[in-house]
Design a protein around this ligand. Structure first.
Ligand code: TXA
Ligand code: MG
Length: 317
Protein backbone atom coordinates (compact mmCIF):
# COMPACT_ATOMS: atom_id res chain seq x y z
CA UNK A 1 0.00 0.00 0.00
CA UNK A 2 1.53 3.37 -0.95
CA UNK A 3 2.16 5.68 1.99
CA UNK A 4 0.16 8.89 2.11
CA UNK A 5 2.25 12.02 1.63
CA UNK A 6 3.05 13.57 4.02
CA UNK A 7 2.78 10.69 6.49
CA UNK A 8 0.82 11.82 9.56
CA UNK A 9 2.56 10.51 12.69
CA UNK A 10 0.88 10.25 16.08
CA UNK A 11 2.12 11.13 19.55
CA UNK A 12 3.25 7.60 20.45
CA UNK A 13 6.39 5.41 20.36
CA UNK A 14 5.84 4.40 16.74
CA UNK A 15 5.42 8.05 15.75
CA UNK A 16 8.65 9.09 17.47
CA UNK A 17 10.59 6.18 15.96
CA UNK A 18 9.32 6.91 12.48
CA UNK A 19 10.08 10.65 12.91
CA UNK A 20 13.70 9.87 13.80
CA UNK A 21 13.88 7.51 10.81
CA UNK A 22 12.67 10.24 8.46
CA UNK A 23 15.42 12.55 9.77
CA UNK A 24 18.05 9.83 9.40
CA UNK A 25 16.97 9.20 5.82
CA UNK A 26 17.50 12.88 4.93
CA UNK A 27 13.75 13.60 4.89
CA UNK A 28 11.76 16.64 5.96
CA UNK A 29 9.71 16.36 9.15
CA UNK A 30 7.06 18.64 10.62
CA UNK A 31 8.19 18.68 14.25
CA UNK A 32 6.08 20.07 17.10
CA UNK A 33 7.90 22.29 19.60
CA UNK A 34 6.53 24.41 22.45
CA UNK A 35 6.98 27.57 20.32
CA UNK A 36 5.79 26.68 16.80
CA UNK A 37 6.05 23.66 14.50
CA UNK A 38 9.47 23.32 12.87
CA UNK A 39 10.38 22.13 9.38
CA UNK A 40 13.08 19.75 10.54
CA UNK A 41 16.00 18.02 8.83
CA UNK A 42 19.35 16.47 9.77
CA UNK A 43 21.61 19.52 10.28
CA UNK A 44 24.66 17.55 9.12
CA UNK A 45 23.08 16.50 5.82
CA UNK A 46 23.58 19.39 3.37
CA UNK A 47 21.09 18.03 0.87
CA UNK A 48 18.38 17.65 3.50
CA UNK A 49 19.05 21.20 4.71
CA UNK A 50 18.83 22.48 1.13
CA UNK A 51 15.39 20.87 0.86
CA UNK A 52 14.23 23.01 3.81
CA UNK A 53 14.92 26.20 1.85
CA UNK A 54 13.28 24.75 -1.23
CA UNK A 55 10.16 23.66 0.66
CA UNK A 56 9.74 27.03 2.40
CA UNK A 57 10.42 28.98 -0.79
CA UNK A 58 12.87 31.11 1.17
CA UNK A 59 14.21 33.82 -1.09
CA UNK A 60 17.67 33.62 0.44
CA UNK A 61 19.63 31.17 2.51
CA UNK A 62 18.67 32.75 5.84
CA UNK A 63 20.44 30.96 8.66
CA UNK A 64 18.44 28.29 10.51
CA UNK A 65 18.13 27.34 14.17
CA UNK A 66 19.72 24.06 15.27
CA UNK A 67 17.81 22.00 17.84
CA UNK A 68 19.42 19.55 20.26
CA UNK A 69 18.26 17.65 23.35
CA UNK A 70 21.04 18.42 25.83
CA UNK A 71 23.62 21.02 26.85
CA UNK A 72 26.39 18.55 25.95
CA UNK A 73 25.04 18.46 22.43
CA UNK A 74 25.00 22.27 22.33
CA UNK A 75 28.69 22.19 23.21
CA UNK A 76 29.29 19.75 20.33
CA UNK A 77 28.06 22.22 17.72
CA UNK A 78 28.84 25.63 19.28
CA UNK A 79 30.95 27.30 21.91
CA UNK A 80 29.07 27.75 25.18
CA UNK A 81 30.65 31.00 26.27
CA UNK A 82 30.59 32.06 29.95
CA UNK A 83 27.98 34.70 29.05
CA UNK A 84 25.82 31.98 27.51
CA UNK A 85 25.96 29.71 30.54
CA UNK A 86 23.72 31.78 32.81
CA UNK A 87 21.10 32.09 30.07
CA UNK A 88 21.31 28.39 29.25
CA UNK A 89 20.71 27.33 32.84
CA UNK A 90 17.87 29.82 33.30
CA UNK A 91 15.90 29.19 30.10
CA UNK A 92 16.82 25.80 28.60
CA UNK A 93 15.02 23.66 27.80
CA UNK A 94 12.69 26.35 26.50
CA UNK A 95 11.70 29.11 24.11
CA UNK A 96 15.14 30.72 23.84
CA UNK A 97 17.66 30.56 20.98
CA UNK A 98 21.28 31.55 21.56
CA UNK A 99 23.55 32.75 18.77
CA UNK A 100 26.97 31.31 19.63
CA UNK A 101 30.37 30.87 17.95
CA UNK A 102 30.03 27.88 15.63
CA UNK A 103 32.22 24.78 15.75
CA UNK A 104 31.44 24.13 12.08
CA UNK A 105 30.00 20.71 12.85
CA UNK A 106 26.79 21.14 10.84
CA UNK A 107 26.26 21.71 7.11
CA UNK A 108 27.44 25.19 6.01
CA UNK A 109 24.02 25.96 4.62
CA UNK A 110 22.52 25.89 8.13
CA UNK A 111 24.25 29.08 9.21
CA UNK A 112 24.48 30.60 5.74
CA UNK A 113 28.25 30.80 5.99
CA UNK A 114 28.20 32.81 9.26
CA UNK A 115 30.78 32.17 11.98
CA UNK A 116 27.94 31.88 14.47
CA UNK A 117 25.23 29.26 14.95
CA UNK A 118 21.75 29.71 16.40
CA UNK A 119 21.02 26.87 18.86
CA UNK A 120 17.98 25.90 20.93
CA UNK A 121 17.14 23.13 23.40
CA UNK A 122 13.37 22.79 23.10
CA UNK A 123 11.17 21.80 26.04
CA UNK A 124 8.37 20.05 24.15
CA UNK A 125 8.38 16.40 25.37
CA UNK A 126 7.70 15.01 21.89
CA UNK A 127 10.42 17.14 20.28
CA UNK A 128 12.81 16.00 22.98
CA UNK A 129 12.02 12.33 22.39
CA UNK A 130 12.63 12.72 18.64
CA UNK A 131 15.90 14.60 19.23
CA UNK A 132 17.05 11.95 21.70
CA UNK A 133 16.17 9.08 19.41
CA UNK A 134 17.75 10.79 16.38
CA UNK A 135 20.80 11.66 18.45
CA UNK A 136 22.18 14.59 16.45
CA UNK A 137 21.55 18.26 15.68
CA UNK A 138 18.36 19.08 13.80
CA UNK A 139 17.95 22.24 11.70
CA UNK A 140 14.44 23.68 11.74
CA UNK A 141 12.90 26.98 10.76
CA UNK A 142 9.20 27.49 11.40
CA UNK A 143 7.18 25.13 9.17
CA UNK A 144 5.36 27.75 7.09
CA UNK A 145 5.87 28.94 3.52
CA UNK A 146 8.24 31.92 3.56
CA UNK A 147 6.52 35.14 4.69
CA UNK A 148 3.34 33.41 5.91
CA UNK A 149 1.82 32.90 9.36
CA UNK A 150 3.72 30.42 11.54
CA UNK A 151 2.10 27.04 12.34
CA UNK A 152 0.94 26.09 15.82
CA UNK A 153 -1.06 22.99 14.79
CA UNK A 154 -0.09 19.98 12.65
CA UNK A 155 -2.96 20.95 10.36
CA UNK A 156 -1.37 24.39 9.71
CA UNK A 157 1.78 22.59 8.57
CA UNK A 158 -0.19 20.27 6.28
CA UNK A 159 -2.17 23.20 4.85
CA UNK A 160 0.91 25.34 4.22
CA UNK A 161 3.52 22.87 3.05
CA UNK A 162 1.58 19.68 2.28
CA UNK A 163 3.48 17.18 0.17
CA UNK A 164 6.71 19.17 0.37
CA UNK A 165 7.25 17.31 3.66
CA UNK A 166 7.79 13.60 4.16
CA UNK A 167 6.04 13.39 7.51
CA UNK A 168 4.33 15.50 10.16
CA UNK A 169 4.38 14.48 13.81
CA UNK A 170 1.17 15.62 15.46
CA UNK A 171 1.88 17.04 18.91
CA UNK A 172 -1.33 19.04 19.24
CA UNK A 173 -1.32 22.80 19.79
CA UNK A 174 1.99 24.51 20.66
CA UNK A 175 1.91 25.71 24.27
CA UNK A 176 3.89 28.96 23.89
CA UNK A 177 2.71 29.77 20.38
CA UNK A 178 5.38 32.37 19.53
CA UNK A 179 8.83 31.66 18.09
CA UNK A 180 11.77 31.61 20.46
CA UNK A 181 13.43 34.75 21.78
CA UNK A 182 16.79 35.07 19.97
CA UNK A 183 19.72 36.34 22.04
CA UNK A 184 23.37 36.91 21.20
CA UNK A 185 25.35 36.88 24.44
CA UNK A 186 28.72 38.58 24.24
CA UNK A 187 31.31 40.40 26.28
CA UNK A 188 29.48 43.70 25.67
CA UNK A 189 26.17 42.34 27.03
CA UNK A 190 23.30 40.33 25.65
CA UNK A 191 21.87 41.52 22.34
CA UNK A 192 18.19 40.87 21.69
CA UNK A 193 17.84 39.81 18.03
CA UNK A 194 14.19 38.74 18.09
CA UNK A 195 11.42 39.16 20.65
CA UNK A 196 9.72 35.85 21.30
CA UNK A 197 8.29 33.33 23.72
CA UNK A 198 10.38 34.49 26.67
CA UNK A 199 9.63 38.09 27.62
CA UNK A 200 12.54 40.53 27.61
CA UNK A 201 11.76 41.44 31.22
CA UNK A 202 12.45 37.82 32.21
CA UNK A 203 15.71 37.72 30.23
CA UNK A 204 16.82 41.03 31.76
CA UNK A 205 16.25 39.62 35.26
CA UNK A 206 18.98 37.04 34.50
CA UNK A 207 21.24 38.93 32.10
CA UNK A 208 20.83 42.58 33.06
CA UNK A 209 19.64 45.21 30.60
CA UNK A 210 19.53 43.96 26.99
CA UNK A 211 21.08 45.69 24.04
CA UNK A 212 18.36 46.02 21.39
CA UNK A 213 19.40 44.75 18.01
CA UNK A 214 16.02 44.46 16.36
CA UNK A 215 16.70 46.56 13.27
CA UNK A 216 14.37 45.18 10.58
CA UNK A 217 15.99 43.69 7.51
CA UNK A 218 19.42 43.18 9.04
CA UNK A 219 21.42 40.45 7.38
CA UNK A 220 22.20 38.96 10.76
CA UNK A 221 18.63 38.05 11.58
CA UNK A 222 16.65 37.99 8.35
CA UNK A 223 13.64 36.62 10.24
CA UNK A 224 13.24 40.21 11.27
CA UNK A 225 12.30 41.21 7.73
CA UNK A 226 9.49 43.70 7.98
CA UNK A 227 7.01 41.80 5.86
CA UNK A 228 6.42 38.46 7.51
CA UNK A 229 3.65 36.44 9.07
CA UNK A 230 1.32 37.71 6.33
CA UNK A 231 -2.30 36.63 6.28
CA UNK A 232 -3.80 36.35 2.80
CA UNK A 233 -6.46 38.90 3.69
CA UNK A 234 -4.89 42.25 4.78
CA UNK A 235 -4.61 42.76 8.50
CA UNK A 236 -4.92 46.08 10.36
CA UNK A 237 -3.91 46.82 13.94
CA UNK A 238 -6.13 49.08 16.01
CA UNK A 239 -7.87 52.10 14.49
CA UNK A 240 -11.54 52.13 13.54
CA UNK A 241 -13.35 48.89 12.74
CA UNK A 242 -14.95 48.91 9.27
CA UNK A 243 -18.37 47.30 8.72
CA UNK A 244 -17.16 44.15 6.94
CA UNK A 245 -13.99 43.55 8.92
CA UNK A 246 -13.35 40.17 10.49
CA UNK A 247 -12.41 41.24 14.01
CA UNK A 248 -9.94 39.74 16.47
CA UNK A 249 -10.65 40.83 20.02
CA UNK A 250 -8.60 40.93 23.19
CA UNK A 251 -9.82 41.33 26.76
CA UNK A 252 -12.92 43.54 26.96
CA UNK A 253 -12.77 44.20 23.20
CA UNK A 254 -15.01 41.52 21.73
CA UNK A 255 -14.43 40.25 18.17
CA UNK A 256 -15.45 37.45 15.82
CA UNK A 257 -12.50 35.69 17.41
CA UNK A 258 -10.56 36.53 20.55
CA UNK A 259 -6.88 36.20 21.43
CA UNK A 260 -7.83 36.02 25.09
CA UNK A 261 -11.20 36.92 26.52
CA UNK A 262 -9.65 37.42 29.94
CA UNK A 263 -6.95 39.72 28.54
CA UNK A 264 -4.14 37.28 29.39
CA UNK A 265 -0.98 37.82 27.28
CA UNK A 266 0.34 34.29 27.75
CA UNK A 267 -2.93 32.86 26.45
CA UNK A 268 -2.93 35.43 23.63
CA UNK A 269 0.59 34.40 22.59
CA UNK A 270 -0.36 30.73 22.57
CA UNK A 271 -3.42 31.45 20.43
CA UNK A 272 -2.00 34.17 18.14
CA UNK A 273 -1.07 32.20 15.02
CA UNK A 274 -4.08 29.88 15.29
CA UNK A 275 -6.39 32.86 15.51
CA UNK A 276 -4.62 34.52 12.56
CA UNK A 277 -5.04 31.34 10.48
CA UNK A 278 -8.71 31.10 11.52
CA UNK A 279 -9.41 34.80 10.85
CA UNK A 280 -7.82 34.46 7.41
CA UNK A 281 -10.10 31.50 6.62
CA UNK A 282 -13.17 33.30 7.96
CA UNK A 283 -12.37 36.47 5.98
CA UNK A 284 -11.91 34.49 2.78
CA UNK A 285 -15.15 32.56 3.24
CA UNK A 286 -17.07 35.78 4.00
CA UNK A 287 -15.38 37.77 1.26
CA UNK A 288 -14.20 40.29 3.89
CA UNK A 289 -11.54 42.75 2.73
CA UNK A 290 -9.79 43.13 6.07
CA UNK A 291 -8.92 41.57 9.40
CA UNK A 292 -8.96 44.03 12.30
CA UNK A 293 -7.04 43.31 15.52
CA UNK A 294 -7.79 45.02 18.84
CA UNK A 295 -4.86 46.80 20.54
CA UNK A 296 -2.56 44.59 22.63
CA UNK A 297 -0.61 46.14 25.55
CA UNK A 298 3.11 46.60 24.81
CA UNK A 299 4.45 44.75 27.87
CA UNK A 300 5.79 41.24 28.52
CA UNK A 301 4.76 38.85 25.74
CA UNK A 302 2.62 41.70 24.36
CA UNK A 303 5.77 43.08 22.71
CA UNK A 304 6.45 39.88 20.80
CA UNK A 305 2.75 39.60 19.86
CA UNK A 306 2.73 43.20 18.56
CA UNK A 307 5.98 42.56 16.70
CA UNK A 308 4.35 39.67 14.79
CA UNK A 309 1.17 41.68 14.16
CA UNK A 310 3.11 44.71 12.91
CA UNK A 311 4.99 42.57 10.42
CA UNK A 312 1.77 40.91 9.31
CA UNK A 313 0.15 44.35 8.86
CA UNK A 314 3.18 45.87 7.11
CA UNK A 315 2.08 47.61 3.89
CA UNK A 316 -1.32 45.94 4.18
CA UNK A 317 -3.21 48.57 6.14
O1 TXA B 1 10.81 29.00 17.99
C1 TXA B 1 11.57 29.01 17.03
O2 TXA B 1 12.61 29.69 17.02
C2 TXA B 1 11.18 28.17 15.80
C3 TXA B 1 11.16 26.71 16.24
C4 TXA B 1 10.90 25.77 15.11
O3 TXA B 1 12.35 26.40 16.91
N1 TXA B 1 12.07 28.40 14.71
C5 TXA B 1 12.11 29.55 14.01
O4 TXA B 1 13.00 29.55 12.96
O5 TXA B 1 11.43 30.52 14.27
P1 TXA B 1 13.01 30.63 11.78
O6 TXA B 1 13.90 30.08 10.72
O7 TXA B 1 11.64 30.98 11.35
O8 TXA B 1 13.76 31.83 12.41
C6 TXA B 1 15.13 31.69 12.70
C7 TXA B 1 15.70 33.00 13.01
C8 TXA B 1 15.86 33.83 11.78
O9 TXA B 1 15.50 35.17 12.08
C9 TXA B 1 17.33 33.73 11.53
O10 TXA B 1 17.81 34.75 10.78
C10 TXA B 1 17.89 33.70 12.93
O11 TXA B 1 17.01 32.80 13.57
N2 TXA B 1 19.24 33.17 12.97
C11 TXA B 1 19.64 31.93 12.68
N3 TXA B 1 20.98 31.82 12.76
C12 TXA B 1 21.44 33.02 13.12
C13 TXA B 1 22.74 33.56 13.37
N4 TXA B 1 23.83 32.80 13.26
N5 TXA B 1 22.83 34.85 13.73
C14 TXA B 1 21.72 35.60 13.86
N6 TXA B 1 20.47 35.16 13.63
C15 TXA B 1 20.32 33.89 13.26
MG1 MG C 1 9.69 31.84 10.77
Amino acid sequence: MPLSHPEMLQDDCAGVTRAAEVLRAGGLLGLPTETVYGLAADACNAQAVARIFEAKGRPRFNPLIVHVATLDQVADVAELTPEAHALASAFWPGAMTLVLPSRNMVADLVSGGLATLAVRVPAHPLARRVLEEFGGPVAAPSANPSGRVSPTLAQHVADGLGDKLDAILDGGACGVGLESTILAPGAGGVRLLREGGIAREDVARVAGPLVDDLTPGRVEAPGQMERHYATRVPLAMGGAVRPNDVTIGFGATVGDLSLSERGDLVEAAARLFSVMHAADGLAQSRGAARIHVAPIPEVGLGRAINDRLRRAAFDQA
